[in-house]
Design a protein around this ligand. Structure first.
Ligand SMILES: Cc1cc2nc3c(=O)[nH]c(=O)nc-3n(C[C@H](O)[C@H](O)[C@H](O)COP(=O)(O)OP(=O)(O)OC[C@H]3O[C@@H](n4cnc5c(N)ncnc54)[C@H](O)[C@@H]3O)c2cc1C
Length: 391
């Protein structure tokens, strides 16, 4: 039976478009890939940041970088010199534009926007039938990048919920040389909150308010605290809002994802193993995943799921997140110690997912033993593998 496509990618966001671009780059393929995206148009809806690592397909879209990041609480401040691997920013708007152009020029990949998948794809002989808001599509294989379900308590050890605004202030209030990575502003009801500030000039910044907690919070829950923090940070100068963004990211997925409906159907993306459990950083992991998934597909292999993290790292991440969940009041001290006492290059490799055993050991050595031992005893009997490990 002829199919409309050899491969359908459900969702044209970071993972779907990154894979689509790598498939389009290798235009020699005779396979046809169709990306179905629910949005009718792309906007600059998020700002990806990460420490510079190996180059990736979109490195040229980095629009800004900083040599210093700061972690602080009311008591203490640590400035981390990261000039060797600067903290970089890549606006999603530039990524979407590049991906759309690249895919439009390709013979083998098509992006259909305004095509919202409306039902669970159905198995048909040798492939899949997908119902969308703009009609029916059949395909031999499916890669599903959509979140399998809404964020819920229990599906992750912690949720990282945040809202932010890019603002232009009337007076100079920001230090454009230093990113405020974590400015801890409070512990309340089992959560810890901090501000994250990307200074774009002395008057312009992306100002985010983030909460780590067991429950995912909506943007509506967070705006009042973000506005209060912004008023304090700008010393009540007036500002104009240029755009805003929000999100809820899993930190250590625990719930079992809905089983993929069958063979030749794989789930990927931020809610299916792409996010680094202990940080929620995802962009670079997707950029490492996309070329290897594309290469696998070109060899006619369907080996495209995210690779599980190494067992030791997974267990360390789980332990760390459980300590944060159960004792959020420790968060400022733990992060200040890690950033203040570990060698910055080691710490950045560790956060960026590429830490060696020595890097991990050096970071762990900065932490107090008691809370981790206590947590270990508490969680040993019920320690379950995270989703990233289960795949
Ligand atoms: C505001 C924000 C800021 C972030 N900042 C960082 C950062 O600084 N660093 C970092 O490493 N990570 C960051 N992340 C995390 C992560 O990098 C992003 O969430 C990234 O976009 C995840 O890629 P994805 O493809 O899994 O999901 P998405 O990019 O969200 O893509 C999923 C796509 O599926 C589409 N879709 C959903 N349902 C349907 C449907 N029924 N039919 C068709 N299409 C559908 C959506 O429209 C979307 O385009 C951030 C996330 C957010 C939300």
């Amino acid at each position: 039976m002829p199919f409309d496509a050899d491969l359908v990618i459900l969702g044209g966001g970071c993972a779907g478009l990154s894979l689509g671009v790598h498939l389009a780059d290798a235009s020699a393929t005779r396979h046809h890939t169709l990306i179905l995206e629910g949005r009718t148009e792309y906007t600059n809806d998020r700002t990806w940041c990460f420490w510079r690592d190996e180059p990736h397909r979109f490195s040229h879209l980095v629009s800004r970088e900083w040599p210093t990041v700061r972690v602080q609480s009311a008591q203490r401040r640590v400035d981390v010199d990261c000039a060797a691997t600067p903290y970089q920013m890549l606006p999603a708007g530039a990524f979407y534009t590049e991906a759309e152009h690249c895919i439009a020029a390709s013979q083998s990949v098509t992006l259909e926007t305004g095509a919202r998948v409306t039902e669970l794809p159905a198995r048909i002989s040798g492939g899949w039938r997908i119902e969308t808001s703009s009609g029916q599509v059949t395909s031999r294989q499916v890669i599903d990048t959509r979140p399998p379900r809404c964020p819920a308590v229990g599906d992750a050890i912690l949720w990282q919920s945040f809202v932010g605004q890019e603002i232009e202030c009337v007076a100079p209030v920001f230090d454009p040389t230093t990113v405020e990575l974590m400015d801890f502003v409070g512990v309340r009801d089992g959560t810890v909150a901090f501000c994250y500030v990307l200074p774009l000039s002395r008057t312009r910044a992306l100002f985010e308010y983030t909460v780590f907690g067991e429950r995912p919070l909506s943007a509506a829950d967070l705006w009042p605290a973000q506005q209060a923090a912004l008023l304090r940070a700008t010393r009540q100068q007036s500002w104009v809002v240029l755009r805003q963004e929000s999100g809820t990211l899993p930190m250590g997925l625990t719930g079992n994802p809905p089983t993929p409906p069958g063979q030749d159907y794989v789930r990927v993306g931020v809610m299916s193993g792409a996010a680094r459990p202990s940080t929620g950083y995802t962009f670079q992991r997707i950029q490492r995943w996309a070329p290897s998934a594309a290469a696998s597909l070109r060899r006619n292999h369907f080996d495209v799921a995210h690779r599980p993290d190494a067992v030791v790292r997974r267990l360390m991440d789980q332990l760390f997140l459980r300590v944060l969940r159960d004792q959020p009041e420790l968060a400022p001290e733990l992060f200040l110690r890690m950033f203040g006492e570990a060698d910055s290059a080691r710490m950045i490799r560790f956060l960026g997912d590429r830490g060696s055993v020595l890097d991990c050991a050096a970071v762990i050595a900065t932490l107090p033993i008691a809370p981790f031992l206590g947590q270990l005893c508490k969680s040993m009997p019920g320690m379950t593998p995270t989703l990233t490990g289960a795949k």
